[in-house]
Design a protein around this ligand. Structure first.
Ligand code: ATP
Length: 241
């Protein structure tokens, strides 16, 4: 049977007094790649934030990896986050240390002790993101696309069940952005499910996945619509989706 990793039923999401999204019904199954699209300010980031316990959910039922997000205790949030890989603008690399030390820092913080095992894992993830020879570099010695690869390497260190990526191609040129999404799809195939937000609708065609759209304070699964060529053109014409 298909394993359900995220299940939201009739959830409401607020930013202070503002109701950003209501009647949110969302599912993520093991092995799935899910895109969240929608205009600026439509609630994509807010929704992602509820998935890792940064923002509360109100009403309805919300489960992430078996944790009830309405009743989860603060002290359990770090346990949940260890099973998630978070690729967010708010989580930049530490600029005062090398790529290797950035990755080692996360391993140490999540309980790894054995230096040799840490070294092997770091080499593994650097290889996975195509950055094997960049461990000695400082973040500001890397291009934007290279930094994003390291952020992804950091997110997958503990083999997360889900990767949450907020606009991971945001500041990148088209080809570099595509390479990042391709990398996330490869990681998805190797076992982590992915939820990512994007404004780049071209990616949805080239690297298909399930598509939820945030509009008018609601989210809708538009995967089928998106598969219809005519509808895809209409969505494209509505430039900021
Ligand atoms: N920390 C905050 N405090 C108050 N309101 C907020 C906060 N963060 C976001 N909002 C508001 O919540 C709404 C949804 O914002 P959110 O960042 O989730 O949108 P988004 O779809 O991710 O936008 P973008 O495409 O620009 O990233 C917006 O109206 C925004 O102004």
């Amino acid at each position: 049977m298909e394993e359900t990793l995220i299940q939201y039923k009739d959830v409401e999401i607020h930013q202070q007094e503002l109701c950003v999204l209501s009647d949110v019904n969302l599912e993520l199954h093991k092995g799935e790649f899910v895109y969240l699209i929608g205009k600026v300010g439509s609630g994509k980031t807010s929704l992602l934030k509820t998935l890792y316990g940064e923002l509360d959910v109100i009403n309805g039922e919300a489960e992430v990896l078996g944790y009830n997000m309405r009743t989860i205790k603060r002290k359990h949030i770090p346990q949940l986050r260890r099973k998630l890989g978070i690729v967010f603008q708010d989580f930049q690399l530490l600029t005062d240390r090398t790529v290797y030390n950035n990755l080692e820092f996360v391993l140490q913080a999540t309980g790894w002790k054995n230096k040799q095992e840490m070294k092997e894992r770091i080499e593994e993830v650097l290889q996975l993101v195509g950055m094997s020879n960049k461990g000695y570099k400082y973040p500001n010695e890397l291009s934007g696309g290279e930094q994003q690869r390291i952020v992804i390497a950091r997110a997958v260190l503990n083999s997360p069940e889900i990767i949450l990526a907020d606009e991971p191609t945001g500041n990148l040129d088209v080809d570099t952005g595509k390479a990042i999404v391709e990398l996330l799809h490869d990681i998805c195939k190797s076992g982590s499910s992915v939820v990512m937000t994007t404004h780049n609708l071209q990616l949805l065609k080239e690297y298909p996945g399930r598509v939820y759209r945030c509009v008018d304070h609601h989210i809708t699964d538009i995967t089928d619509e998106y598969k219809s060529p005519q509808r895809a053109i209409e969505i494209d014409l509505n430039i900021d989706n």
